[in-house]
Design a protein around this ligand. Structure first.
Ligand SMILES: [Zn+2]
Length: 890
């Protein structure tokens, strides 16, 4: 969380300078993956840094030395063990759960106090500023451990464990004196997973379905397998022994298996089956029952490892990195500057694409026709135009997808020339479908990442779409139907793409309706993502598009991947959320996976419940790295189970709960309706907090509800979801709504968290040494002599108070006309005041930010700013005060 909340990015420069500026300024040479194979036990344990983290750097792979011949084979399947057999009743040692529930902690939330008083009552409202933020992050890291969240420090529960940045103690231990803690799930020598990569909704789970029903805790997991972390992932090579897995459920060897018979057998922690130890993997046990070779076996110490896959896991040689581009060259695309900017971003990324010498590249463009570009070393790019859209065929057998290094000059020249080649066009049609069919045809022997840039609603050929927008339906019962796909075509094409390992990123620029909901099917079922820049205009959006495209192309990527998650006996996975195609019942196909992609899984307790003391969850991502190795990234989480709801409540990880509920709600919009989606969020959080209030005694005594630190943000997160434009009951145009869904649905905890609970920072009196203190999301925080920035992860909204020093205002902003202002561009000799504002914005800016809006308080536009203060009564929903009282209402 820390990193993404403060993701560093090369300082923004002026619009004019961007194009000349080499990208990316902050790239480390060699990158953090240079030492990928050197697993370092000591480093891996360091997970929680306090304070203000340094700017995050992009990982960069060393160029691959491999140059494998690339066979044109059938679509990769790769995963040879698809069957996930029913779990047998295995004899997992059962132990008695912890005993006796006791009185709950008293954390003073005073619902009668004015909003600004929450901080005193321990409500994490932002008064604590950075400290507060860090504390919340700490919570997340702790709880997020989900994975043995409580055991972050090495398997020691309860909250006495050092919390690092958590400081405030995400796990209050009020009962430590009177109530035995839940059993420990993690041996002290084990390094748990980084919660940035895998986290459960609670670090202690209900053992029985009756407990789950009583606790009302949403059960689920959020997995972001390639999320950037501070530590390197240990690499395990089982060599001749082969990858050691459970014979029954196919779980991978991990630190939580139990060794028996002097090391001759091991019991699987997922299904309970007793497995024979392969002779090449045998080691004797010491007097404590631990393997004597423990220190040498990363997979027995680290909960996250990357296993080198044997040929058994491949049906073809690992694919090279393939980047393919489809550009819209119609009049609107030229006129807005979108094409020129997309080309310059692609050109600037070429030196930083992961994949080294094997990287391949290709281009197409379209208007009312499809243009092919043959690339050949030593010659200029050769364009061939096809106007028969019914029967697209490839004009050249070679040269449409080429090795980047070999054809580099030709590629550079094409990207430079492309905008001018079409600059006089008057064509306003868009044959997107035929262009995508052609791209599919060219890419299908290998697969890869397809980036599609579109400025117009597809108008001719296959996949043409009609304007079906109907603002009259907004706010009406059938509104959600505007968010259903209008045509099966794109979903069907996405399935074909996924089948041949193609993933699609879609960039949309139209100022008119573009049917984002339908076009997003391309990304949704292929592991890609859709980004929309409504009414793209280069001076307004150019830098943001450039930043986003370069990030999307150069971030850590995995290829031809599948994910399978196994859960231990007593639980089952009941639903999946994210951008993937579901193959068989539980195999997620994700042709390209990157560091930003997350997947949420919903779980349920099965009838019998968990018979053992803990529950394990194991996620396995089988993929090809950008440097051409087939790997299996395995995350194993093991948490205690209990029949006491109080244990569960103190281990709840609110950001994971929020992310799960939000993704479920987004899915529910299209499967049911907006009302049902909102009801799901409201009911889930209210039931959870109500049952917590029963446990704590607040309900019966009608006292104010006092929440422990780890639950304290949940009411506001609930309101933030209900008021968010993804779900709210207020007019949001369907394209905008679909774009918000498309953005958040595949994103991780950080992006969801900041979206539902934006950050509010004063920026008028900066000292350049520390970050300004985060303020509560209420109008009471607004001081007319201050200038505030509200960051929702998507844009910056700056409110200029009526009494801010006019000299300062004039230094930082420039007037556009009588009513509007904009942030001045940062130049070399810019005044310190402006530099300090940029310093703050750049430190919290992510590649996904689009737009900085400056609003003078008192103007009509200020309503947008006030509407985002989710702690107040806004968007027709309750204020935080009202909601807290509502929870306790009988
Ligand atoms: Zn098993």
């Amino acid at each position: 969380m820390q990193n993404n909340r403060n993701q560093g990015y090369p300082p923004a420069s002026t619009n004019g300078q961007w194009q000349q500026q080499g990208y990316p300024a902050a790239q480390p040479q060699g990158g953090q993956y240079a030492g990928y194979d050197n697993y370092n036990q000591g480093q891996y344990a360091q997970q929680q840094g306090g304070g203000y983290p340094p700017a995050q750097q992009h990982s960069q792979y060393p160029p691959s030395a491999q140059s494998a011949q690339y066979p044109q084979t059938q679509p990769a399947q790769g995963y040879s063990n698809q069957g996930y057999p029913a779990q047998a009743s295995g004899g997992y040692p059962s132990q008695a759960p912890a005993q006796t529930a006791q009185p709950q902690p008293s954390y003073g939330y005073d619902s009668k106090a004015p909003p600004s008083g929450y901080a005193q009552g321990g409500y994490p409202s932002g008064q604590g500023g950075m400290q507060q933020m860090t504390s919340q992050m700490g919570q997340m890291n702790m709880g997020g451990g989900g994975a043995a969240a409580p055991a972050q420090g090495g398997g020691r529960y309860p909250g006495a464990a050092p919390t690092g940045a958590g400081g405030g103690g995400a796990y209050p231990t009020p009962n430590a004196q009177t109530q035995p803690p839940p059993p420990t799930a993690v041996p002290e020598y084990v390094h748990v997973c980084d919660p940035k990569q895998i986290a459960l909704t609670a670090g202690v789970l209900p053992s029985q379905s009756s407990t789950a029903q009583r606790a009302h805790v949403p059960l689920g997991i959020v997995i972001q397998p390639l999320a950037e972390t501070e530590s390197e992932c240990p690499v395990v090579n089982f060599g001749a022994v082969g990858v050691v897995r459970c014979k029954h459920c196919r779980a991978y060897m991990n630190p939580y298996v139990t060794w028996m018979d002097g090391g001759a057998h091991w019991r699987c922690n997922l299904c309970g089956l007793m497995n024979e130890t392969p002779s090449g993997y045998y080691a004797a046990l010491d007097e404590t029952g631990r393997r004597t070779d423990l220190a040498k076996r990363a997979e027995l110490i680290h909960s996250t490892v990357e296993i080198v896959a044997t040929p058994h896991y491949m049906i073809r040689a690992p694919m090279p990195c393939v980047y393919f581009f489809v550009f819209d060259v119609s009049r609107p695309s030229i006129a807005s500057g979108a094409l020129a900017r997309a080309c310059s971003a692609a050109a600037a990324s070429l030196d930083h694409l992961p994949g080294g010498k094997r990287t391949m590249i290709g281009f197409l463009s379209y208007d009312s026709r499809v243009h092919f570009y043959a690339l050949k070393a030593g010659s200029p790019p050769k364009m061939t135009v096809q106007s028969d859209l019914e029967d697209i065929f490839l004009p050249e057998p070679h040269g449409l997808l080429v090795n980047l290094a070999e054809a580099r000059e030709c590629v550079d020249s094409l990207l430079e020339l492309l905008p001018s080649m079409h600059q006089h066009t008057t064509d306003v049609e868009a044959a997107l479908g035929p262009a995508l069919e052609a791209a599919h045809e060219i890419m299908k022997p290998i697969g890869g990442k397809l980036s599609v840039f579109s400025s117009t609603l597809p108008s001719i050929g296959c996949g043409r779409l009609m304007n079906r927008d109907d603002p009259a339906k907004l706010g009406k019962p059938g509104e959600h139907k505007l968010l259903l796909s209008a045509a099966e075509y794109y979903k069907e094409l996405a399935f074909r793409m996924s089948h041949v390992q193609i993933s699609v990123d879609v960039y949309l620029f139209s100022r008119y309706y573009t049917d984002v909901a339908t076009l997003n099917d391309l990304a949704k079922f292929t592991g890609g993502q859709t980004h929309r820049f409504p009414a793209y205009y280069d001076t307004k959006d150019g830098e943001d598009l450039y930043r986003l495209v370069t990030h999307s192309l150069t971030r850590e990527q995995g290829w031809e991947s599948v994910i399978r998650v196994r859960v231990g006996k007593g639980y089952k996975v009941t639903d999946f959320f994210g951008n993937f195609r579901l193959r068989s019942t539980d195999l997620l196909t994700v042709p390209c996976i990157d560091s930003n992609k997350a997947f949420a899984l919903q779980m349920a307790v099965v009838e019998k419940g968990v018979e053992s003391q803990c529950l394990s969850v194991q996620s396995a991502l089988l993929y090809t790295t950008s440097f051409g190795e087939r790997r299996i990234r395995v995350h194993t989480v093991c948490v205690p189970v209990t029949s006491f709801t109080s244990h569960i409540y103190t281990s709840i990880n609110s950001p994971v709960v929020t992310a799960l509920l939000f993704k479920q709600a987004i899915a529910r919009v299209t499967s049911a309706s907006f009302d049902k989606a909102r009801e799901h969020v409201r009911k889930s959080v209210t039931s959870l907090l109500r049952s917590y209030s029963y446990t704590s005694g607040a309900y019966s005594t009608s006292q104010a509800l006092e929440l422990p630190d780890n639950l304290a943000a949940l009411p506001l997160q609930c309101l933030g979801m209900l008021k968010h434009e993804a779900l709210r009951d207020r007019n949001v145009l369907s394209d905008k709504r679909a774009a918000v869904h498309a953005y958040l649905y595949p994103m991780g905890l950080n992006e969801v968290e900041i979206a539902v609970r934006p950050r509010l920072l004063p920026i008028e009196s900066l000292d350049g040494k520390s970050m300004p203190q985060e303020l509560e999301l209420t109008a009471a925080s607004i001081d007319p002599s201050q200038c505030l920035v509200l960051d929702d992860g998507k844009s910056f909204m700056i409110l200029v108070g009526n009494r801010v020093d006019p000299k300062w205002v004039n230094t930082v902003f420039e007037a556009m006309d009588a009513k509007s202002m904009r942030l001045r561009d940062l130049e070399e000799n810019s005044p310190t005041e402006l530099q300090l504002v940029y310093q703050v914005l750049d430190s919290i800016r992510t590649p996904f930010h689009k737009g900085t809006y400056v609003i003078a308080d008192g103007t009509q536009d200020a309503a947008h700013f006030y509407g985002a203060l989710v702690q107040d009564r806004t968007m027709g929903e309750q204020s935080l005060d009202e909601y807290m009282q509502f929870i306790l209402r009988r």
